[in-house]
Design a protein around this ligand. Structure first.
Ligand code: G3P
Ligand code: MG
Length: 245
């Protein structure tokens, strides 16, 4: 296997439990707990801005309505993406990928960009996210790791920025996942922790792929996976697991 430059612990959605997910406030909170690697979800506005949001709609985590795919960035930028979480975070904005890149580079943090397309724009989202990532991290010592559940998004990312490392996300080991992993030219597989075990880690390593998991919030599970040789753990529990604990 090639050297793996990323920290083992990654804060999920920024550090999106104690602060609103996928906001700069969440990244600041995670960095305060000593995290030096983050996962976040990236999708596109109507006019093609790459920004952070998990859901396909705006309702749960912002003051907006409907699909972000139908809204220009100038309007998305005015939404409150923090008030839903708790009053101290009211008026926290949605961040662009550009803003998160600046934070990560200023603080020496690694980033795992999960390409999270709205339905129907998988390839385009992969292309734009990867192109933006290549531009924003040009010349940086540590490139972002691009990941997605969508093979189409990963194909788009590969076409737009072939040099950036990619990972396939798997919630289950669906038929053909190993063949897809080969075809997509990824460097890592990131699974739901429930499907990762010593045998799968060994199989992935034997094929030259790194093995990562999401979302581990239990110390015993983390200890088991570390003993089995896991390469990365994405967690919400930044105040209980990982760097400063
Ligand atoms: O990238 C790993 C993890 O974030 C995938 O699940 O739904 O939290 O984006 P989700
Ligand atoms: Mg995610």
């Amino acid at each position: 296997m090639k050297p793996w430059p990323y920290p083992i612990w990654l804060a999920h959605r920024g550090a999106g439990k104690l602060a609103p997910e996928n906001t700069l406030a969440a990244f600041r909170l995670g960095a305060g707990f000593g995290f030096r690697a983050f996962e976040c979800d990236v999708k596109l506005s109507r006019d093609g801005e790459a920004f952070l949001l998990h859901d396909d709609t705006l309702e749960r985590t912002t003051s907006g309505l409907g699909s972000p795919n139908n809204v220009d960035w100038a309007d998305l930028a005015r939404l409150d993406a923090g008030g839903w979480h708790s009053a101290p975070f009211a008026a926290e904005p949605l961040p662009t990928l550009t803003r998160i890149a600046a934070f990560c580079q200023a603080n020496g943090c690694a980033l795992n960009i999960e390409i999270k397309p709205c339905p129907g724009v998988e390839r385009l989202t992969g292309e734009v996210a990867a192109r933006e990532a290549a531009r924003l991290w040009a010349g940086a010592a540590l490139p972002p790791l691009l990941s997605s559940f969508s093979p189409e998004a990963l194909e788009g990312a590969r076409n737009a920025a072939p040099a950036l490392p990619r990972a396939l996300l798997l919630d289950t080991l669906w038929d053909g996942w190993a063949e897809a992993t080969v075809a997509l030219g990824v460097v890592a597989v990131i699974t739901n922790w429930r499907v990762m075990d010593a045998a799968l880690i060994e199989r992935l390593h034997a094929s030259g792929w790194r093995a990562l998991v999401y979302t581990v919030n239990d110390a015993a599970v983390a200890e088991r996976l570390i003993a089995e040789g896991i390469d990365g753990i994405i967690t919400d529990a930044v105040n209980e697991l990982g760097p400063s604990c």
